[in-house]
Write a protein that binds this ligand. Sequence first.
Ligand SMILES: [Zn+2]
Length: 178
Amino acid sequence: MARTPLNLEGFRSGKLVGLKRYDQNSLKQWRWLCLCDCGNTHVVLGARLKDKHAQSCGQCGLKQERHPRTHGLSRTPEWNAYMYAKTRCTNPNTIGWKHYGGRGIKFLFTSFEQFLADIGPKPSPKHTVDRINNHGHYEPGNVRWATKSEQLMNRRPVKPIPRDPKTKRFLKKELWPA
Ligand SMILES: [Zn+2]
């Protein structure tokens, strides 16, 4: 009699969170694709996740790989974009951390499927994930695919620093006109 396979979607053990059923091993035991808090993906036996034996990807703190190579999904551009955005919000060791996680931007998608359903397929290699409200989080309703120039248009324009008309030096902030 076949047992009902465990549903570990969203199940947390230590730093690992179950994402989706991945495959079965030779003993017909399900393996689960997990996301580690460090940003890496990891595949573990569902049973080992469930009994909290598996606690992390085992690669935490090591240099991030540009393309996680644990599973077939890593080849899709959407998955790479998902991982990239998530990592910038969760791993202080990533380049650009100060612009994302470091300034409080959170990654609130709970699964790759949720992310993909919200943002849709990547239109072209020139498109990257953009937050519609630049001060908001990565969350359902606030992400879109945008090209570099579309993203720049989305930023608030930076006012030039006023200069003293006589000396041509930059004015101190308290002297700026309102
Ligand atoms: Zn990890």
